[in-house]
Write a protein that binds this ligand. Structure first.
Ligand code: LHQ
Length: 261
């Protein structure tokens, strides 16, 4: 008997879509799902055909966090489990020098909420929601939630969301800055693909450096940010993308950042 792959992968117009595929459990994560997703992200980073990565969920959920029925992680301590699975995943997303879109199609709970927040761009369907559900089972928010959430909503709202584990819907998510756009359920997949293709037409090398600069700036002083900008601007300025952008501007045509340099 062949079992369904835990991650589905397809590539269209430079957009690699990785779909969490345990729909019966709202894509609750087991080790296989987490390790495969991390491997797929690394592979997408190396693949020149891939310009943008989309992470989404099959069925009505995005990701319900740790699969509470899966005991495969139980021969490890909680700390070992996080260091083996969730932490490398979140680090890979934030460290990838290509844009990652989290396309939140349904409920994102626990570590699934952290995953939803970890994207460079967060697109939500009308029926998406986010729950910092950890306190329901008397755990601490993990997989980056304690880092992402207070930066987005401030300490106090973050604490309240974590303490009460209340569901955040799309309109509140937009207002709080937990997502960039909300699209109707019926057209969600098409809207995500269209958005991702728009991003894929942008200058990939410059966007990778922008991602690096922003991530560093979240933890740096203004002086450090200015120094890093000056360093990275040299890398951007020396790249063919910059020449293409300037040439296109002068010629009053659209730049073609998809061509090989
Ligand atoms: C699930 C799950 C799930 C298994 C729904 N597991 N089956 C890291 C490292 C180490 C240890 C621990 O944790 C962590 C990080 C974490 O992520 S901790 C947080 C773990 N996640 C949760 O506590 C969420 C538990 N789920 C829920 O609270 C609800 O299911 C939510 C709010 C996500 C959705 O509620 P509903 O829309 O009402 O759906 P449902 O509850 O009816 O679930 C549908 C099915 O999915 C159901 O199965 P069934 O066979 O009855 O249809 C659930 O048992 C299953 N499912 N989450 N995490």
């Amino acid at each position: 008997m062949t079992s369904e792959p835990v991650i589905l992968s397809r590539t269209q117009a430079g957009v690699r879509t990785l779909t969490l595929n345990r729909p019966d459990k709202l894509n609750a994560a087991n080790d296989a799902l987490l390790l495969t997703l991390t491997g797929e992200l690394e592979a997408a980073g190396r693949d020149p055909e891939v310009r943008v990565v989309v992470i989404t969920g099959a069925g009505r959920g995005f990701c319900a966090g740790q699969d509470l029925g899966d005991v495969s992680g139980r021969d490890m301590t909680f700390t070992e489990h996080l260091n083996h699975t969730y932490n490398p995943l979140i680090r890979t997303i934030r460290g990838l020098d290509k844009p990652v879109i989290t396309a939140v199609n349904g409920v994102a709970a626990g570590a699934g909420a952290s995953l939803a927040l970890s994207g460079d761009i967060r697109l939500w369907a009308g029926s998406a929601s986010l729950i910092e559900v950890f306190s329901n089972i008397a755990l601490v928010p993990d997989s980056g939630s304690t880092w992402f959430l207070p930066r987005l909503v401030g300490y106090h709202r973050a604490f309240e969301l974590m303490a009460l584990a209340e569901k955040v819907g799309p309109q509140d998510a937009l207002r709080l800055g937990l997502c960039e756009h909300v699209y109707p359920d019926e057209s969600f997949r098409e809207e995500v693909q269209q958005y991702a293709e728009r991003l894929a037409a942008r200058p990939l090398h410059a966007l990778g450096l922008t991602k690096r600069a922003l991530n560093a700036a979240l933890n740096s002083t203004l002086d450090q940010a200015l120094d890093l900008e000056a360093e990275l601007q040299q890398l951007a300025g020396d790249h063919w993308e910059h020449e293409e952008g300037v040439t296109a501007f002068g010629a009053r045509r659209a730049p073609d950042f998809r061509r090989e340099g």
